[in-house]
Design a protein around this ligand. Structure first.
Ligand code: ADP
Length: 637
């Protein structure tokens, strides 16, 4: 930090710097979004000030008319977006415009580098790099801001050319709020044109509920000499301020819905589905909700803001109200406008509020019904939705007990037999005679599942097995029942598809060998038993019915959670010739030490198949190479 004449210089955070570089040097389309982003910030700042002013009237400072101004200066080549909203303190401005980077910035930059220019613009919006988009059109940006309620000489000036650093200066500012001054690049002066500004505002910000005033110099015929023109500054409101959701459905065009969605989601693609309805009765409210086509960039990050905007009688109260929506529908964007909640409501008051609960229930039902309808009538779009958000939707199975079946109906799966999506109803329809349960395997991929020892017997019986590839699947479907049918993991519990005693004699004869295996592995496994699920592989590890699988265990460990030790069961395939040989060795000279070594290798074998590491890779590989030598020597002799 350099101190000279009250100006301090700060470095942008590394990620911000990288982002700016990309923004300046590689984004060429949709540059006009800078205006949308600045207007949106200004509008948010006003909403926040207005909300505070409900309880703290000193916020007004005699300036009670909320408005956003766009001021064009042709001489200086600047366009200024000015608001009388909440403003920023020095600390806030340093943090907001330079030192904090959203979580996921690194991943975002990577994706940005790899995408084409249209996708780039989309990504920028989804990520919400809003303010920094100014550097697409300006080579210098000055921000003057004074926080509402603080003295006039405690305002702050922020300035940057968008590379490396920004400066901060203490200044005086008469009016509360923020002015963002863009010094336009010489080839971006089109944004000084009245028609261009009007066009952008009409397209992206028409329904902003605060007036957007254009303050511009126009040439007019002179009053004195009509043959001459004079330059006059004039002001004109250029947005219609019409809240889309208040209008009657029949009066809204598809384009209007889409523009509104693009505005609130910062997206360029239209939504996949629009839900607009008015609820009357115990709670009167209007909801305009959207199911996006693509997931916002940060949806899996902890700072992702959940929930639609909350308006009360057309006044914005919260930009995101997470209480209005269950987390498993957190991809929903939109607005809820209530007629019944009190205007001065706080977040705390909304918690455990019955009215809010009613709204949430209604929205949840509406969205679930809409998805069901989409799945039935528009399967193509539903698959687009499912690929993007299925992973989130199914969390509902775990969190919303009352809707378990309804959500189950919405789920799609891949399976051993079907690489296209199928649902649970069609799985049930195709179940074989005698098959009672729905089987699934958790796996990293379909290919891996197809080759897994756990499904050998299922394949032989021609049973289909659902393949779950999301890490959370096992947590979600552990214990799940769908329409009276249990979902069972093929790697858990005692599965015996044969249900016959044909192997019993053979197994009797291995009893002593099994005892030796139990004894050798007693520190590692809970039990050693014969398997009803193996056909070709010699052995595998299985879990108790209620235990979580090792993918989940690894996930929990990676998240730093304590995972209780959970010993598995070693299942052996009595029809595998290996046991016959081992048993012969056992009976011949009872060479226990040698057998113990083989048993240990078998256990390692099972660990690898389970996706875990062998206990002692070195010993395993050494054993293997010895066997190879042995085999080769046999071949040679
Ligand atoms: P976002 O709006 O998505 O948070 P931005 O980069 O557009 O991202 O803005 C970063 C932050 O800067 C905002 O969250 C807000 O705190 C602050 N900010 C930007 N513009 C204004 C403004 N006009 N008035 C007050 N604060 C603002």
């Amino acid at each position: 930090m350099i101190d000279s004449n009250n100006i301090q210089s700060y470095e942008f955070k590394t990620e911000v710097n990288e982002l700016l570089r990309l923004m300046i040097h590689s984004l060429y389309s949709h540059k006009e979004v800078f205006l949308r982003e600045l207007i949106s910030n200004a509008s948010d700042a006003i909403d926040r000030a207005r909300y505070l002013a409900l309880t703290e009237s000193s916020i007004y400072e005699q300036d009670t008319e909320w408005k956003i101004k766009i001021i064009v200066d042709n001489e200086k080549n600047t366009i200024t977006i000015s608001d009388n909203g909440i403003g920023m303190t020095k600390d806030e401005i340093i943090e907001a415009l330079g030192t904090i980077a959203h979580s996921g910035t690194k991943e975002f930059i990577k994706k940005l580098v790899a995408s084409d220019s249209k996708q780039k613009a989309d990504l920028i919006g989804q990520f919400g790099v809003g303010f920094y988009s100014v550097f697409m059109v300006a080579d210098k940006v000055t921000v003057l801001s004074r926080k509402a309620g603080i003295p006039k000489d405690k305002a702050v000036k922020w300035e940057s050319i968008g590379e490396g650093n920004f400066t901060i200066e203490n200044i005086s500012k008469e009016k509360r709020g923020t002015d963002v001054i863009l010094h336009l690049k010489s080839d971006e002066r089109v944004y000084l044109q009245e028609w261009e500004i009007k066009k952008i505002v009409k397209q992206y910000s028409d329904f902003i509920e605060h007036p957007i005033i254009l303050d511009i110099e126009r040439e007019k015929p002179s009053e004195i000499d009509k043959s001459k023109t004079v330059k006059l500054r004039e002001e004109e409101k250029i947005n219609s301020q019409k809240a889309v959701w208040i209008k009657d459905k029949s009066e809204i065009t598809k384009e209007e819905y889409e523009e509104f969605y693009k505005h609130i989601s910062h997206n360029f693609n239209p939504p996949l589905q629009t839900i607009h309805y008015k609820a009357e009765g115990t709670q009167e409210f209007t909801a305009l909700l959207f199911i996006p086509e693509t997931a916002p960039f940060n949806i899996f990050f902890s700072d992702y803001k959940i929930g639609p905007m909350l308006y009360i009688k057309r006044v914005q109260i919260m930009k995101n109200c997470e209480l209005l929506i269950p987390t498993w529908l957190r991809f929903i964007k939109g607005v809820v406008d209530s007629s019944d909640l009190p205007l001065n409501v706080s977040r705390e008051m909304l918690q455990n509020n019955k009215q809010v609960e009613v709204i949430k229930k209604s929205i949840t039902k509406k969205v679930v019904d809409t998805l069901a309808e989409m799945k039935k009538n528009d399967p193509e779009n539903y698959q687009i939705f499912y690929k993007e958000f299925g992973r989130i939707l199914k969390e509902g199975i775990h969190f919303d007990f009352s809707r378990q079946e309804q959500i189950g109906e919405l789920l799609l799966f891949k399976s051993l037999k079907s690489t296209n999506y199928i649902d649970l109803d069609s799985y049930i329809e195709l179940m074989k005679p005698g098959q009672e349960d729905i089987y699934y395997i958790t796996s990293n991929s379909i290919e891996e599942a197809l080759n897994s020892p756990y499904v050998e017997a299922f394949k032989e019986k021609d049973y289909d097995v659902l393949v779950f590839t999301d890490e959370i699947d096992d947590i979600i479907f552990n214990n799940y029942q769908y329409k009276g049918k249990k979902l069972k993991a093929v790697m858990k519990g005692d599965i015996d598809l044969e249900k016959t005693s044909s192997n019993k004699d053979k197994e009797q004869k291995f009893n002593k060998l099994i005892d030796l295996m139990k004894d050798t592995l007693k520190d590692h496994v809970k039990d050693v038993r014969f398997s009803g699920r193996l056909k070709d592989s010699p052995c595998c590890l299985v879990y108790d019915e209620i235990a979580l699988d090792s993918r989940v265990e690894r996930l929990m460990k990676a998240m730093g959670q304590h995972v209780p030790e959970n010993k598995k069961i070693l299942e052996i395939n009595s029809s595998h010739p290996l046991y016959e040989s081992m048993n012969n060795l056992f009976n011949k000279d009872g060479s226990k030490e040698q057998l113990k070594e083989y048993i240990s290798m078998l256990y390692d074998h099972a660990l690898i198949l389970d996706g875990s590491k062998p206990q002692n890779p070195n010993a395993l590989l050494k054993g293997l190479s010895e066997l190879m030598i042995h085999k080769i020597n046999n071949q040679l002799s």
